[in-house]
Design a protein around this ligand. Structure first.
Ligand code: NI
Length: 186
């Protein structure tokens, strides 16, 4: 495993359509997944897509945000957040309703922006062991999976923004307390 360098906005690898993965269990894909996880954890990220470590392949991973885990019963300590690893994901909105929310991105360091996205989506893909994943996502969970899958089509969140006046330096964002409890990059 290795921590990899993270591609930043402007690098061409972030603008191309990533390639499908032929064999999810191939050694180079296992290695890629391990490195993506290590890189994401090191950078305090909430999610990461393979193009962000300079590999234009259709692999994303993200932690399911806490706001969707409200129904999980637990005693004492909070359960660890669930990590979803998706290979060759496909995604479709399940509603025309959209929600606005703040986003950040490891490839756009130091900035935040408000993005409007469908509030409910269905996504499918393969897990690292080759088994099928099929999931309905709401709220932040829906936002994160859309953000990560956009990376596979060469799209960064600023391209989804409707009001560029809400593209904000993190320091100002914190200073003006625009939002209190989201401080992870995707
Ligand atoms: Ni991102």
């Amino acid at each position: 495993m290795a921590i990899r360098k993270i591609a930043r906005m402007g690098h061409p690898v972030l603008r191309v359509r990533a390639e499908d993965v032929a064999d999810p269990q191939a050694p180079e894909i296992r290695r890629l997944i391990h490195d993506m996880l290590e890189t994401m954890l090191d950078a305090d990220g909430l999610g990461i897509a393979a193009p962000q470590v300079y590999e234009p392949r259709r692999v994303v991973m993200f932690f399911v945000p806490d706001d969707t885990e409200a129904s999980i019963e637990h005693d004492g300590e909070m359960p660890e957040r669930e990590l979803v690893i998706l290979i060759n994901p496909v995604l479709a909105p399940l509603t025309a309703d959209t929600e606005e929310g703040w986003e950040g991105c490891l490839s756009v360091p130091g900035l935040r922006g408000i993005v409007s996205r469908p509030s409910v989506v269905r996504y499918a893909g393969l897990a690292p062991d080759g088994s099928a994943i099929d999931c309905e996502a709401h709220g932040m969970h829906a936002r994160v999976v859309q953000h990560e899958c956009d990376h596979l089509d060469g799209i960064l969140y600023p391209q989804r923004m409707e009001d560029m006046s809400m593209l904000t330096f993190e320091s100002e964002w914190k200073h003006f307390d625009l939002i209190a409890d989201e401080d992870n990059d995707e």
